[in-house]
Structure formats: structure tokens, C-alpha cells
Design a protein around this ligand. Structure first.
Ligand SMILES: [Zn+2]
Length: 1147
């Protein structure tokens, strides 16, 4: 290899642009002809009047909903050649770039989606029900049954129309058969704004469950008396007040027997949510004894009995679903699950739990009164809630037709059918029924937020968003607010105009887009156009949406490898180079393109940077060294960014040589900012967006811009200066990030620290450019390479968009006010991301700016403008309609606690940047207490102050909130480093709801209960030490780690089968993977581990923990229902504390 030190010369590249092959959209039904030379940009200048008659789709992935769609029904009304429409005022386009005077035209042909068609999509028909009556899902029904009614709105609700998504009463049944568009058959779609009038859709269960948050029965929060009394035998006692006896049939004495026919699952339950029966008044004072722990935790340390070993649980069962949890609407033995499988339609009658007598303390046998501790089985169980949702909602697809439907939990496997609203995989909300007024919202303190994952990966059974091409005129948009055409736009005047569902402005329908309306006012091509009938779809963007009015080039990936002493010595450099040789064959490609359009480049660095020329015509790669890091530039024009296949020989040679070249390096110092600058300059010169993959090992202390000093200081913890640990130590990186975003330069950072390297500062650029950070502390080849390589492979291959701008529009009355995630904002509305991958999530908060109405509901439209991996400019649109309410009970009935926690965690994790951690924690507790107090005051029926009453949908709020409060960011244990906290803080900020759910409340599985003959997982158990048996082996995962915990008394045979050693003492706790052994137990456990790894966006680190070994402390940190070493409260204690806070608010 030739090396030349190059001076600061060299104009930016004049590298030829590789054409715009990206626009062929192969996978999307567009004509992609493999082997056909890519058309150059110029080819698109041809006339394109006939866009409505595109080539029939070929790809199956995104075939239009209409298979073999014929030409538009109203072909005559598609005047060809109508090009410019005045309403496209791009100058004001939020997501676009001001229109150029001479917009480029694009080829008609590539348009995959065929407007107008005679044949109707098979899948559409059912869709129709969206406008029908309540898809009373089974589960919902049962929920209702278990709940109570407040308010009268639903009182007149007719009996739910059967199960599932049965035909609407007011609409012709739609079973499978579907009449062609234009038939006018579908009357229900009413004129005003699309969706059904909502609010009180007669008993639309989904949207408006007839019952207020089913107040779950109350568990007792009895006085806490030191000492522990075993649960009394509970025969003949109302289940709602006693711990279950395993397997015991439902007590006959249950008051308020379920109505005939009703699928009531819970016992009198009905009150399952009242968490308690009131303790005797005299006992109330003693309810929260003990000094508040740092003012936050109420009761004294849990009075858990000493646990000699891990004795069996009271109910003696491990692994299986523990006995029914009274009062949680959980299934009692012998009681059918809520409604699943679908049973007979329940009677139209609802229960008012408050009207059902529940056993009060004074009704109980005297000997049972004294309760010495709260029975953990008597407080809301995450496991039970998750199991119930799975059994109730896992079997039916979630059809998104109706407004304001609360989706199944993220822990439930379900299929989604898009019938007009975005899938919950793209958007989840804290509530699907939002208060009409700002006052109501403030009163409840329930944050209104949406967690949006615009490029989420869908399971193979679901359809990717269709790509719609409107030719050179681009997407049809509202004249005023620029909202994109969507199912909620209302066509008027025979279809010549449409009224915007967001701002009410009336806009002309462009001639090429005109279509007749049927007698219900719906366009006859409704089902043929994704943008009229689906919640999510994409538009091909025109040149007006491109930077500098120029279509983008395909993006580039630049691999930048630290070759300082530590990196070389650990074997990391060699590992990366070896891996890249094969990984480069798996760069993201679009649809069925034969090869990726992404170009690659390589840089190595320590105190200086080395650029490599890997032009295909070279026999050997050439190195160019830039030692003047103060003013970074790219020393070579041609040959830096190349096509992998063309330059394969040279690249392979380079990757072979790099480890050798630096094998004897003595250089320990590194630079960091100049590395990013170099990548940025290279992308600028190539006039493309792209991603930098930086592999870095140490604090950049070498003399250079962005040089850092070690400022770690754990003494700052719990002081007012603690926030500085989360802040970058210089603003240099913020400015650099801004430049990167402007260029579409996304940074993914792989860190391999052996000591503090200031993640808070190094993470600024990855964070603000939409990139990712991976951290492998004390990296060791043997134990960490699998994890690193799996992460790298996934990171390189995953779907990603570049140069992205996201805007969320809302209907009048609310607006997006705050945003959380990895991005940059230069104004108050546009979320800019140099890169956005399929795992990245943005949480958006909404506030009222006016009144909302129950009739029109509220709408969200998320528009993401981005460049695909093939260089195609696109707009991805997600729409979601929500209900609005004038009754607080409706709000509480339609909340999603997992989403709420996602928002609250992100809110708190941002708060630590500017406020003392204690302030942040107190604010969280206060807000949640207010949320629950408001419910108690306004929605629950009067009851003793000694009762803790939780809304059904929020009964896990206390336990989950406690997990957030105890997390490393808000309450670090002694083993948590400053870098760990900064890392976790940034990581959580981009997490989706499923990730935050398992991160804060890990999944704990008893492996020894696994059925080796089935594919299923053993039933999860609650995260508490008292649930562990020393004779069993457990797995705990939280999205970042997998622990395998082995009890001291595990049978020798099991140990032999799983670890291949003959005794507990011989198990090595340094294993990073389970040995591959040929026996059913080993296979089963390894398949579980593999399955879990496949579900998470990062490869989890496997840690073997032996009971009573020192690593067990680390493991116990994740048993989040227990008191933590760092002072975090146990679940029981925290629940008592919340109760106290609520009572103070109410008094
Ligand atoms: Zn508008």
C-alpha cells in the first residue's frame, strides 16, 4: 500500500453521481428490471401524463391492495398533462423544500399503486367494518363486565353485536364479500369527517368501553404490622379481600353474583380495582408508619419474613401462573377467561361494582382481621395483566378501523389490519380518548402523548405501507396546513373540493386527482387509494421535497476504526476488519434490487487520520494520512466512496492489511471530533447523506478540536451538580451535530471503554443525528465478540432512512408541544434526523390550544420525509384518530399504561439534564399521585379513604413508576458508572413502548418449568426474590442483558444437562453463552435464549449467576418488586407511599 502524507489540498470531489437508479422502486410493484441499466436522471424528463396506468405491480411485498388493479374507474377524469397546481405552495411546505421554478419530472411508470380499479382488494371488505358498530372484542366485553359504569353515555348502549368484529348493525354485513368501489354500498361512512361519530357510538366497546376503568378490586392495604402472618385460609371469603388459595374454586359466598350469561371473570370483583378494603379507621393512622425514605417512600422497609433459602411460595407453585390474583379481574379458577374464546354475547347490562357489596373488613371473621403485611399477591400483578391481555386479545387481529381503539398490550402477540388508522406498531398513545378541554386535561394530569416509530418493522404477515406516486405534482395536500391526503379528508361539491380534517380549510381537488363520489359522499375509488383508505402509506416525493431541488444520491456508509494501542491489542481491529469483509455484502437494499446502492468508505485513526483510496482500478489500496486534525479535510476526491462489488478486491486487501499495519502501534491517544468531521466532509464532497460507523475506545485527549478531559466525579451524585454528569462538557459537539444533521450525516458509535470516556459528551453527535450508541465495557474478544458482531450486523443491515424530517399535524384543538428522542430541532415543529432506523422512536407530547369536540374527535398525522437506502425521496404518512371526552372516566378507561411509562421515563430522563435528580423523582411521584387522585375523586364511587382505588387501565402505574424511579439514571447503585448512566439515559430516550416495558420491568422465566416438547415459553413470574426457588433455574431479560440464575439446590441432572458440568460448584460464571449440548433441556433453553435475542433490537449480554455468588447482587438489582440496594422502595412500600400521597391530595 502506498502512503502519502497529503497537504491540505484537494477540492471537493468531482465524483460522478451514480444516477438515480433508486427510483425504480422494484419492490413496490414498480417495474424493476434486474439487469436493465439504471436510468439516469435525465430519463425522467419524459412526459408522464399517463401515470395512472402504470405497469402492473410485480413485487408482492407492497402490491397495491387491489390486485391487478385496472385503470382508474374514472380515467376520464384524470386529465393527463395537468401539471402544475397552484395549491402546492411549496414555499410553505413544512416538510418540503421551496419549490423550484422548474421542477423535475419523474417517470410515470414507477408508480406502483394503481389508482382506480375494478377489482377490489380482498382485504378491504372487512375493513369496512371500521365504520360499523363496535367491534366488541371479547376481552373488552369482559372488562366491562368487571368494571363499573359511570356516566350515562353508554347506558343505552345496545348489546354488543357479538364477537370480534362482527358486522355492524347499521351497516350491511360485510362478510368476506366486497362490492366494488362505487357501489355505494357503504353508507356508514358519514359525511362529516370520515370516521363514525364517535363519542358515544352506541356502546362501541372498543372506543368507549361502557365502564369506567374497571375499578379493580381492591386489594387491601392493611396496616402493616411488623411480622408476617401467613394468609388465612380463605374459604368462604370474598376473594377480593383475601389472598387466593391456590386452586381454590371461587368462593361460593361471592357477593354480587355475575349476571347470567355474562363472562364476568372477576369475582365480585368487579371491584378488582379497588385496591383494598378499608382498614379499620383506627388502623389508618398506622398505615404508613415509619420514616419516609428520603421523603419519597412511605412505609418502612418491607417486613418480608426472613427467607431461609428460597422456600416455596405460599401457594407452592413456581413457574406456572400463580394462583389467581384476586381482585384483578384475573381469571379465577373455573372462571372463563375474559371472553376468550368468544362466548355468547353478554347481556347488554353492565355492572356497577359499587353497587355490589364487597366484603368489608368488619364482615370478615375476626381472626382474619389482623394483617401483618400486604400480601404481594393481593396487589396488581404485571404478570397477571400481561397474561390476561394475551389470552383476551392475542387471538383476534387488531383492526384499526374504529376511532380511539385501545390496542392490545405490547406484550401480546397480535396481528394488525390497517383499516384507516396507523398500526400501534407505528403509533401508540397514552390515551385513546382525550379530554375535550385543557382544564380537564390539567385536572387529570394524564399526559397526552404519542410514541411514534415511523419506520417500524412489521411482522411478515402484515403489509408494508404502499407507495403512492402522484407523478410530478406530488401528494395532494391541504392548501392551508399542508396536511397530506388521508382517510379523514372530506370530499365535497361532487368531489371537486375537499375539506381538511385538520384545519377545515377547503381545497380544490387537482384535476388529475378528481373522482366522483358515491351517494354517501365517499369517493368511488376509496378502496383503491391507500391514502384514502389506510392509516399508513408512503408518497413518492417530488424534487420539491429534495435539498437544493435536486434528487438525492444514494447514501454512503463510512467505517471509521480506532487503531490506537488498546483497540489493536484487544483484537478489536482485526475482528472488525474480518467481519466487514463479509458484512459488506449485506448492506441495506431496496426491495428486490440486486445490490445495494450504498457506497462505502474507510478511515482509521488514532491521533491522526488515515483515509483509504479503494478505487476499483487500483491494484492495492492507497493510504493518505492527515495529521493536521485542527482543520479537517478529505484528502482524496475519487476512490474514497466506492461500490462494494466494483472495488471488492481492493477493499478485501485493505481489510487484510489494516490489522497488520497497526499491529505494533504504541499510540494510545485518540482524537474524536475530527473523525466525525472527516466523515461529514466526505459526505459533503460526495453530495450525499450517509452514516458513519465509528469504533472508538478511549477518552479523546489528544490535541484536537473536541478534546476532552476526565471530569468524572461520583461525589456529585445526589447534589445539585449531579446534572452536569449528564451534560456534555463542551458545546463543541452540539455544533458539530448541527452540521451533521444539515448534511444528513448520521453517526453510529461503538464504544469499547476500559475506563471513563465521557459518554455524555461523545454521545451528543450520535444522539442528535438519530444514530445509535453501543457500549462494550472492558471488551474481551472471547466473551464479547458475539454480542458486538451481532449488534454490528444488525446495525449495518437494518432499514434506515436518511435526511429525515418529521412533522406531526393535529386537528384543531391540540398541537404537538414537546418531543423526546434522538434528533435535532431547529424550530419548534420539525424533528430533524440525519438518519432514522426502524428501531428509533420519537415520543411527542400534545397540549390543548382550544376545545375539542366529542363529535369530531382528534386527529394526528405524522409525516416523515426521508431518503431511502436507494436514494429515493419519500414521505411516509401515519394517521391516527382519537376519541374526545367530556367525562374524565372516559379518559381513564382508555389509557395505555405502558405508553404512559414510556413518556414519563423520557420526560424524567430529560429532566435530569437541568434539575436535581431528587426534584425529578418527586415530580414524577407527584404527577402520578395527582393522576390517581383525580380518578379517585371524580370517577370512583365514594368509599373509605383507606381504600386505594386504581383505574383498571392504570393499575400497574405504581409498580411501573417505581421501576422508573429505581432505575440507574434516577437512583444509581454503587456499581453504576457515570458512563453507564449517560448511556442508559440516551438509550431509553429512543426506546419504543415494548422496549421500555421490559427494560423497566424485566421478564423473569422459570426455565426449569419449561415444557421441552413445546414451542412456548414458561409462564413468567413476578420480579421478586421471594418468587425464586433454590431448586430452580431462571432467566431474566431486560432488553440489554439476559441473566441465567441457578439456585443452589438445583438437581445435578439439570446442571449437567444445561452446563455440561457435574455440580453447582463447577458452573463457570464467566460463560458468555450456554454450551451446546445435545439434550432436550439444553436445546429448549438455548432456543428460548435465541428467541428472546431475536425479539430485541440489541444482542443481550448473557450472564450466568449462581445463587449466593457475588454476581447475585447484580442480578438482584433487576428484581424490581423488591427493595433495592440503592435505596429504591419495594413495590409494596411504594404502593403504600402512593396511597398516602393520594390521600393527602384528596384531603
Ligand atoms: Zn388543513
Amino acid at each position: 500500500m502506498s502512503v502519502n502524507q497529503q497537504a491540505h489540498t484537494g477540492p471537493p470531489y468531482g465524483q460522478p453521481q451514480p444516477g438515480y437508479q433508486g427510483y425504480q422502486q422494484p419492490a413496490y410493484g414498480g417495474q424493476s428490471l434486474p439487469g436493465v441499466p439504471r436510468s439516469q436522471y435525465g430519463a425522467y424528463n419524459g412526459p408522464m401524463p399517463e401515470y395512472q396506468q402504470p405497469v402492473p405491480p410485480q413485487g408482492s411485498l407492497r402490491a397495491p391492495p387491489t390486485s391487478g388493479a385496472p385503470p382508474p374507474a374514472s380515467g376520464a377524469s384524470h386529465p393527463s398533462g395537468h401539471l402544475a397546481y397552484s395549491q402546492f405552495e411549496h414555499g410553505d411546505v413544512q416538510n418540503g423544500i421551496p419549490a423550484s421554478a422548474a421542477p423535475m419530472q419523474r417517470p410515470p411508470a414507477s408508480q406502483p399503486f394503481l389508482p382506480g380499479s375494478g377489482s377490489t382488494p380482498v382485504s378491504q371488505p372487512s375493513a369496512f367494518q371500521q365504520y360499523g358498530p363496535p367491534p366488541a372484542s371479547v376481552q373488552q366485553l369482559s372488562n366491562h363486565m368487571a368494571g363499573m359504569t359511570i356516566g350515562t353515555a353508554t347506558a343505552s348502549a345496545p348489546p354488543p353485536a357479538g364477537l370480534g368484529y362482527g358486522p355492524p348493525t347499521s351497516v350491511p354485513p360485510v362478510s368476506g364479500s366486497f362490492s366494488p368501489p362505487g357501489s355505494g354500498l357503504y353508507t356508514p361512512y358519514s359525511a362529516t369527517q370520515g370516521p363514525p361519530p364517535t363519542s358515544v357510538p352506541q356502546g362501541l366497546p372498543v372506543a368507549q368501553p361502557p365502564f369506567p376503568g374497571q375499578t379493580v378490586s381492591t386489594q387491601r392495604l392493611p396496616t402493616q404490622v411488623p411480622g408476617f402472618a401467613p394468609p388465612p385460609p380463605s374459604t368462604g371469603v370474598g376473594p377480593s379481600s383475601y389472598p387466593p388459595t391456590t386452586g381454590a374454586p371461587r368462593p361460593p359466598a361471592m357477593p354480587g353474583p355475575p349476571l347470567p350469561g355474562q363472562t364476568l371473570a372477576g369475582p365480585p370483583s368487579s371491584q378488582p380495582n379497588h385496591v383494598t378494603s378499608p382498614p379499620p379507621p383506627s388502623a389508618l393512622a398506622g398505615l404508613h408508619p415509619g420514616p419516609p425514605m428520603s421523603g419519597l417512600h412511605g412505609p418502612p422497609p418491607p417486613t418480608h419474613p426472613p427467607q431461609p433459602g428460597y422456600q416455596m411460595q405460599q401457594n407452592g407453585s413456581f413457574g406456572q401462573v400463580r394462583g389467581p390474583q384476586p381482585n384483578y379481574g384475573g381469571a379465577y379458577p373455573g372462571t372463563p377467561n375474559y371472553g376468550s374464546p368468544p362466548g355468547p354475547p353478554p347481556p347488554p347490562k353492565r355492572l356497577d361494582p359499587d353497587s355490589i357489596p364487597s366484603p368489608q373488613l368488619n364482615e370478615l371473621p375476626p381472626q382474619q382481621k389482623p394483617r401483618h403485611r400486604i400480601d404481594p399477591d393481593a396487589i396488581p400483578s404485571p404478570i397477571q395483566v400481561i397474561e390476561d391481555d394475551r389470552s383476551n386479545r392475542g387471538s383476534e387481529p387488531f383492526v384499526t378501523g374504529a376511532r380511539g381503539q385501545v390496542p392490545p398490550l405490547v406484550t401480546t402477540n397480535f396481528l394488525v389490519k390497517d383499516q384507516g388508522n396507523a398500526s400501534p406498531r407505528y403509533i401508540r398513545c397514552t390515551s385513546y380518548n382525550i379530554p375535550c378541554t385543557s382544564d380537564m386535561a390539567k385536572q387529570s394530569q394524564v399526559p397526552l402523548a404519542a410514541v411514534i416509530k415511523p419506520l417500524a418493522t412489521l411482522p411478515p404477515e402484515e403489509t408494508l405501507p404502499y407507495l403512492v406516486d402522484h407523478g410530478e405534482s406530488g401528494p395532494v395536500r391541504c392548501n392551508r396546513c399542508k396536511a397530506y391526503m388521508c382517510p379523514f379528508m372530506q370530499f365535497i361539491e361532487g368531489g371537486r373540493r375537499f375539506q381538511c380534517c385538520f384545519c377545515s380549510c377547503v381545497t380544490e381537488v387537482p384535476p388529475h386527482y378528481f373522482q366522483h363520489l358515491d351517494h354517501t359522499g365517499k369517493r368511488v375509488d376509496f378502496y383503491d387509494r391507500p391514502e384514502l383508505s389506510l392509516g399508513s402509506y408512503e408518497f413518492l416525493a417530488t424534487v420539491d421535497y429534495c435539498k437544493n431541488n435536486k434528487f438525492p444520491s444514494p447514501p454512503a456508509f463510512i467505517f471509521m476504526i480506532d487503531v490506537s494501542y488498546n483497540a489493536v491489542k484487544s483484537g478489536l481491529v482485526r475482528l472488525i476488519c474480518e467481519e466487514l469483509k463479509s458484512l459488506l455484502d449485506y448492506l441495506p437494499r431496496e426491495g428486490n434490487m440486486e445490490e445495494s446502492a450504498i457506497r462505502v468508505g474507510f478511515v482509521t485513526y488514532n491521533k491522526v487520520l488515515h483515509f483509504y483510496n479503494v478505487k476499483s482500478s487500483l491494484a492495492q489500496p492507497q493510504m493518505m494520512v492527515v495529521s493536521d486534525v485542527a482543520d479537517m479535510f478529505v484528502p482524496l476526491l475519487d476512490g474514497f466512496l466506492v461500490n462494494v462489488n466494483e472495488s471488492r478486491t481492493v477493499i478485501t486487501s485493505l481489510l487484510d492489511q489494516i490489522p497488520e499495519m497497526f499491529a505494533d502501534t504504541r499510540e494510545t491517544e485518540t482524537v474524536f471530533a475530527p473523525v466525525i468531521q472527516a466523515g461529514l466532509e466526505a459526505l459533503k464532497a460526495a453530495e450525499c447523506a450517509g452514516k458513519l460507523f465509528i469504533f472508538h475506545t478511549s477518552l479523546p485527549i489528544a490535541e484536537a478540536p473536541g478534546k476532552l478531559k476526565n471530569r468524572d466525579d461520583r461525589k456529585l451524585i445526589n447534589t445539585d451538580k449531579e446534572k452536569t454528569l449528564f451534560q456534555p462538557q463542551t458545546s463543541f459537539y452540539n455544533n458539530l451535530a448541527k452540521d451533521c444533521v444539515a448534511q444528513g450525516c448520521c453517526v453510529d458509535l461503538f464504544l469499547f471503554p476500559n475506563q471513563y470516556l465521557d459518554v455524555a459528551t461523545l454521545g451528543v453527535v450520535p444522539y442528535q443525528t438519530g444514530g445509535s450508541i453501543y457500549k462494550y465495557a472492558y471488551f474481551q474478544l472471547e466473551t464479547d465478540q458475539d454480542r458486538f458482531l451481532n449488534d454490528l450486523r444488525r446495525d449495518v443491515q437494518k432499514e434506515v432512512g436518511f435526511d429525515a424530517v418529521m412533522r406531526v399535524r393535529t386537528s384543531t384543538g391540540i398541537r404537538a408541544t414537546d418531543f423526546f428522542g434522538a434528533f435535532y430541532m431547529s424550530n419548534t415543529t420539525d424533528v430533524e434526523m440525519a438518519g432514522l432506523d426502524c428501531d428509533k422512536t420519537i415520543t411527542v407530547e400534545f397540549k390543548h390550544d382550544d376545545k375539542l369536540s366529542e363529535d369530531s374527535g382528534a386527529l394526528l398525522q405524522c409525516a416523515l420525509l426521508y431518503t431511502s437506502c436507494a436514494g429515493q425521496r419519500r414521505l411516509r404518512i401515519h394517521n391516527l384518530s382519537l376519541n374526545c371526552c367530556t367525562q374524565l372516566a372516559d379518559l381513564y378507561r382508555n389509557c395505555e399504561t405502558d405508553t404512559l411509562i414510556n413518556y414519563l421515563a423520557k420526560y424524567a430522563y430529560r429532566g435530569v439534564l437541568s434539575s436535581p435528580v431528587k426534584t425529578v423523582r418527586d415530580a414524577l411521584i407527584n404527577q402520578c399521585a395527582q393522576i390517581l387522585a383525580c380518578y379517585r375523586k371524580n370517577c370512583a364511587s365514594p368509599s373509605s379513604a383507606g381504600q386505594l382505588i386504581l383505574p383498571e387501565c392504570m393499575k400497574l402505574l405504581p409498580v411501573y413508576l417505581n421501576c422508573v424511579l429505581k432505575s440507574d439514571v434516577l437512583q444509581p447503585g454503587p456499581e453504576v458508572t457515570t458512563d453507564d448512566r449517560a448511556y442508559i439515559r440516551q438509550l431509553v430516550t429512543s426506546m419504543d413502548v415494548a422496549e421500555t416495558n421490559v427494560f423497566f420491568y424485566p421478564r423473569l422465566l422459570p426455565l426449569t418449568k419449561a415444557d421441552v416438547d413445546s414451542d412456548s415459553l414458561p409462564a413468567a413470574i413476578r420480579n421478586s426474590e421471594e418468587r425464586l426457588s433454590k431448586g430452580d433455574i431462571y432467566l431474566l431479560e431486560n432488553g440489554l442483558n439476559i441473566f441465567v440464575w441457578v439456585g443452589v439446590s438445583v438437581q445435578q441432572g439439570l446442571i449437567q444437562n444445561l452446563f455440561g458440568v457435574s455440580s453447582f460448584g463447577q458452573i463457570s460464571n464467566t460463560l458468555s453463552a450456554l454450551p451446546v449440548l445435545e439434550n432436550p433441556f439444553s436445546k429448549k433453553v438455548r432456543s428460548i435464549v435465541d428467541m428472546l435475542q431475536g425479539q430485541r433490537s440489541r444482542y443481550m449480554k448473557l450472564i450466568i449467576v449462581k445463587q449466593e455468588d457475588k454476581l447475585e447482587m447484580l442480578f438482584k438489582h433487576f428484581l424490581v418488586e423488591d427493595k433495592s440496594l440503592s435505596g429504591g422502595a419495594s413495590y409494596v412500600d411504594f404502593l403504600c407511599h402512593m396511597h398516602k400521597e393520594i390521600r393527602q391530595l384528596l384531603s
